[in-house]
Design a protein around this ligand. Structure first.
Ligand SMILES: [Zn+2]
Ligand SMILES: [Zn+2]
Ligand SMILES: [Zn+2]
Length: 1015
């Protein structure tokens, strides 16, 4: 029930002049928040206070708590995931600051990389081709800056504190210089090597393409089944194959990759069958256009038991479709074995002088093909890594324009093959001819399928192994003095092993993060750090024109870092080689004297992964604290991002820090779940279920977004919707209402003058302070554990149940009808004041706007800070000096009795014995300790239960009876009192009220006229 409505009711029925003698809540704190209008005003106030700087001044000398910001990508407006992440970070730094730490927040932005370069490409179009590199970089820089500015304004709008006027940006000159410096660190410590890796390649544009630059379009490819003759002992597979002519069959839609075929992959766990067939290859094959036959749709033939014809090994599950596709109608199974048996079997290449190796791979599927996968390490990612495992040569014999060169090692005839020097598409029919001639072709047809195409020119792309820069995960580690780090027994500790050891020292929250990142580090291939793009930090290395080896010279590297510090990464494009390289420089490997610049750029994960070095270790505002973290003196360093960063930023940061500093860059890692809609679906434009935090801030208030962030355990996936935001807005109104009532009741209270000593407080007030201390202890512990949702729920319950529905409700009699200066009323005010002072601090990290607004309306005290955010959390013992446990236990028993009393009153109301609570009095019978407890609290029971009287009786067990109150109803306080009398013109005023009026120096008007004169 609305307290003001009830108060008004009291006054309405009293004589009009009598109402003015009640001390009703009074505050200018507005009930209506108008957050969309008022929040920007408060932001302006914080800006004029230079609040972030003031916080840093206040924090000087305190122990540090570092939250190092993971940079969001600056290519679009903020979405709900950003708001969530930054909201959480803001809760952390604000709560750590108020807990007495110095917790600066230097936000960052990830600015380099492909998505921005692609957008700029689209904007520039063909113009880009004529532009010098620095001009393109300028365009990228401007594009990123636009979104840095936009996201900054949006995060500031949500009330997130930070050094927003000076964030770190991965595209800043000094950051680019530190990134390059970190790369040189890897290079000089021997982590970096150059090697081959297959990438998407457009032969039309002669460029590598990133995953994001590939679009799938329909394409018609030749689909061929090719037999590879077994050259290892067939008896190793099955005795029934001894002495037979055995083949396996591969299926491919890129015949041009067959000159690069080095292996056939089998699934180790699949069943493979050996099929005997007398059908000669070249017999008319079935027409097949993508209908490769349903598995099991064809019965295998019976064959001739004495046949000596060829035998074909294929996966059992695919046998029927292969038989159909290759027209082996008479095929008969003569053996069956596990794929693992085929490991290291050998085959003859169908047209080259080359032995093909049988390998095992679990990515082999039984969806299509034969279960025997043609493997060309230079033309496929899976193929490449399988090749690495088996030591196969990934050399690529397809050049940038897509022309095939025959492998001279595998072609010993005088005439080169017809495909030599041909583009891959033109080579396809030539190679099919070769297969036919050699008798290896079992079937050929056209297949129309979805195939990767270049996003720019829309030509089909190929996979092609190209030279890339790698960081080797198996690099042996050295300590700070350059001595090898070894296991017990002397074997070297590798980079990968040390990284995994370091993971173990970090606190992962939630705990599953540890296993996730451990598995990723344990199984990842070497880190390919080069990209064939322009928008990023160039791998600023000189390569020998003759042997392609890089120059390794620490002094030269330092010179280039200095150049970057001064002029940014653009300088690599604009500074002539002669300016950088001393004349007469010779290649250390081949003594050649000409060099070229490498223009590949670093992987953006390398950029952001060195932020601990470029920012935490280098920024004047952070470096002292970060050094304390690094030297193990107890300072914490937290990374807090979305759960996908085990693969991303947590991962790359770990690797760079372990390599360059021998330890993890963080002590704690927390991860947030995904934001989903109420049905648990991802948010998407097409579903129209997105929630835009900026829109919510503009319509409902940034505070509502903050409250939503606090309302759910961020470790889980989190639901968001318009509906849930409205629910947060409802909760917000209730919290605000509680603050308004608290402030209203503090009217006229001057803490210095009116405060009642803790020992002299009335028992109920003492209880509420004990309860507040209990809440404070819990909330502080929850902030410490980032359990913001528990803070949210506990504060809501305290405000809505303990305060609004109970304490403030039962206090009404004391607060409104007692003389304002009476000790009992001052006792309540003292506690209401302490509660408000406590609560406003406890909610400040979450309700940053409203708490600061409440702060402005609190009774003045000397030395009050200009903003709640400059205050510290209350210490529990400052809220209430005693251990509250015993007191809370005692009151728990009283509340049990109260609940029973309220039930009794409700029953009596239903049977019309009584009306409102104050029209009743209670008889409570109890015995022993329970009776003693009630007797100790006898004086406060009437207020506690909100009735006109309570009589305690000795009884065998607890029994409560509700009776109509005896005495007479006081027209002022509505209590039924033993005595009411006429006071001046006022009738039926109880003695208590008359005494209160006297204390208030209010003389009763003797007539209506005189009373009106006073008003
Ligand atoms: Zn292209
Ligand atoms: Zn050389
Ligand atoms: Zn009264």
């Amino acid at each position: 029930m609305n307290k003001f409505a009830q108060a008004e009711e009291v006054t309405m029925s009293a004589a009009p002049e009598l109402k003015s003698t009640l001390t009703l809540p009074q505050t200018a704190f507005p009930m209506k928040a108008n957050l969309p209008q008022n929040e920007p005003l408060r932001l302006a106030r914080w800006a004029s206070l230079r609040l972030y700087d003031e916080l840093r001044k206040a924090g000087a000398g305190r122990p540090a708590y570092l939250l190092h910001d993971g940079p969001p990508y600056a290519n679009g407006p903020m979405h709900l995931g950003h708001a969530l992440n930054h909201g959480l970070k803001d809760f952390v730094t604000k709560s750590k600051t108020m807990a007495g730490f110095e917790s600066p927040y230097v936000p960052g932005f990830d600015c380099h990389g492909l998505p921005i370069e692609i957008k700029v490409d689209e904007q520039l179009g063909r113009k880009k081709l004529e532009m010098p590199a620095p001009a393109v970089l300028d365009a990228c820089r401007a594009y990123a800056q636009k979104y840095v500015d936009l996201q900054t304004s949006q995060l500031v709008r949500l009330g997130c504190f930070g050094r927003w006027d000076k964030p770190y940006k991965t595209m800043a000159r000094d950051y680019e210089a530190r990134t390059l410096e970190a790369f040189y660190g890897f290079l000089e410590k021997g982590f970096v090597y150059r090697g081959l890796k297959p990438v998407y390649w457009c032969i039309h544009d002669r460029t590598a393409l990133a995953e994001a630059e590939v679009e799938y379009e329909m394409h018609t490819s030749p689909s061929v089944y090719v037999r590879y003759k077994l050259t290892s002992d067939s008896a190793d597979l099955s005795q029934s194959l001894a002495g037979r002519e055995v083949y396996t069959i591969i299926w491919t839609t890129t015949p041009w990759t067959l000159p690069a075929s080095l292996a056939v992959a089998f699934h180790p766990d699949f069943e493979y069958v050996a099929l005997q067939s007398d059908t000669e290859p070249g017999a008319p094959a079935l027409e097949l256009t993508s209908q490769l036959g349903a598995p099991g749709s064809l019965h295998l033939g019976t064959g001739d038991a004495n046949s000596t014809g060829p035998v074909y090994i294929v996966a059992a599950e695919l046998a029927a479709s292969v038989v159909a596709a290759c027209n082996l109608g008479d095929a008969k199974e003569i053996a069956r074995f596990k794929g693992s048996l085929l490991d290291r079997s050998t085959y003859q290449h169908p047209f080259l002088d080359r032995s093909i190796l049988g390998v095992l791979a679990t990515y082999v599927t039984a969806d299509q093909g034969t279960g025997a996968v043609h493997t060309a390490p230079s033309h496929g990612a899976d193929d490449f890594y399988t090749g690495q495992r088996y030591g196969l040569d990934p050399t690529c014999r397809v050049d940038a324009a897509g022309r095939i060169q025959v492998d001279p090692e595998a072609w010993h005839r005088a005439e080169p093959p017809a495909f030599d020097g041909k583009k891959v598409w033109a080579a396809n029919p030539i190679i099919i001819d070769l297969l036919k001639q050699s008798g290896a072709l079992l079937a050929a047809a056209d297949l129309t399928h979805s195939y990767p195409h270049c996003w720019r020119c829309h030509h089909p792309v190929i996979f092609r192994a190209t030279e890339q820069w790698f960081i080797g995960l198996e690099t042996p580690m050295k300590d700070a003095d350059g001595k090898p780090i070894t296991h017990v027994g002397g074997s070297p500790v590798t980079f990968r092993e040390l990284a995994i050891e370091e993971i173990d020292k970090v606190v992962w929250d939630p705990a599953w993060g540890k296993e996730r990142i451990t598995n990723m580090i344990a199984t990842r291939p070497d880190w390919c750090i080069s990209r064939q793009r322009i928008w990023g930090v160039p791998i600023a290395v000189f390569l020998c024109e003759n042997c392609s080896q890089p120059i390794m010279d620490a002094a030269l590297n330092k010179k280039i870092v200095d150049l970057f510090d001064r002029d940014g990464a653009e300088a690599w494009h604009t500074t002539p080689i002669e300016t950088l390289l001393p004349s007469g420089t010779k290649c250390a490997h081949c003594s050649h004297g000409e060099f070229r610049k490498e223009f590949d750029i670093l992987d953006v994960w390398f950029d952001s992964g060195v932020s601990w070095f470029a920012v935490a270790e280098s920024d004047p505002d952070l470096k002292a604290a970060y050094a304390q973290f690094q030297n193990g003196s107890g300072t914490k360093c937290l990374y807090l991002e979305g759960g996908d960063q085990h693969r991303g930023w947590f991962h790359s940061s770990l690797l760079t820090s372990v390599a360059l500093r021998g330890k993890a860059p963080y002590s704690n890692v927390s991860t947030a779940g995904w934001t989903l809609d109420e049905q648990g679906r991802a948010m998407s434009k097409s579903l129209g279920n997105g929630v835009d935090p900026v829109d919510i801030a503009n319509r409902m208030g940034g505070e509502i977004v903050r409250l939503w962030v606090a309302s759910i355990d961020f470790r889980e996936d989190m639901a968001a919707s318009e509906n849930l935001m409205q629910r947060c807005a409802d909760i917000y109104r209730k919290l605000r209402n509680t603050f308004k009532i608290l402030l209203g009741n503090l009217h006229g209270f001057v803490p210095e003058r009116d405060q009642v000593k803790e020992s002299e407080l009335l028992p109920l007030d003492r209880y509420m302070l004990a309860r507040t201390r209990d809440l404070t202890e819990k909330v502080l512990a929850w902030y410490d554990a980032f359990e913001f949702h528990r803070v949210y729920h506990a504060v809501n319950e305290f405000a809505i149940v303990d305060l609004s529905a109970f304490y403030i409700d039962v206090l009404k009699d004391r607060m409104y009808t007692f003389a304002p200066t009476s000790a009992a009323r001052r006792s309540a005010q003292t506690v209401l004041w302490k509660i408000t002072e406590t609560l406003v601090r406890l909610v400040a990290p979450i309700l940053s706007f409203t708490s600061d607004e409440v702060w402005d309306y609190l009774p003045a005290v000397e030395g009050r800070a200009a903003s709640v955010h400059l205050a510290l959390f209350p210490k529990p013992e400052e809220v209430f000096s005693e251990d509250p446990t015993k007191l809370l236990e005692e009151w728990k028993q009283l509340f049990t009795i109260r609940d029973l009393a309220l039930q009794t009153l409700e029953l009596s109301r239903q049977t019309k014995i009584i009306g409102k609570g104050l029209e009743a009095e209670l008889e409570i019978a109890a015995s022993g300790e329970q009776l003693a407890l009630l007797q100790r609290h006898a004086a406060g029971l009437k207020e506690f239960i909100n009735v006109s009287g309570v009589r305690l009786l000795e009884g065998a067990e607890l029994a409560i009876a509700a009776l109509p109150a005896s005495g007479h109803k006081c027209a002022r306080c509505w209590n039924f009192m033993p005595e009411v009398s006429t006071y001046g013109i006022w009738e039926n005023v109880c003695t208590r009220c008359q005494n209160a009026l006297k204390e208030m120096n209010i003389a009763p008007p003797q007539s209506l006229d005189s009373s009106e004169g006073e008003q």
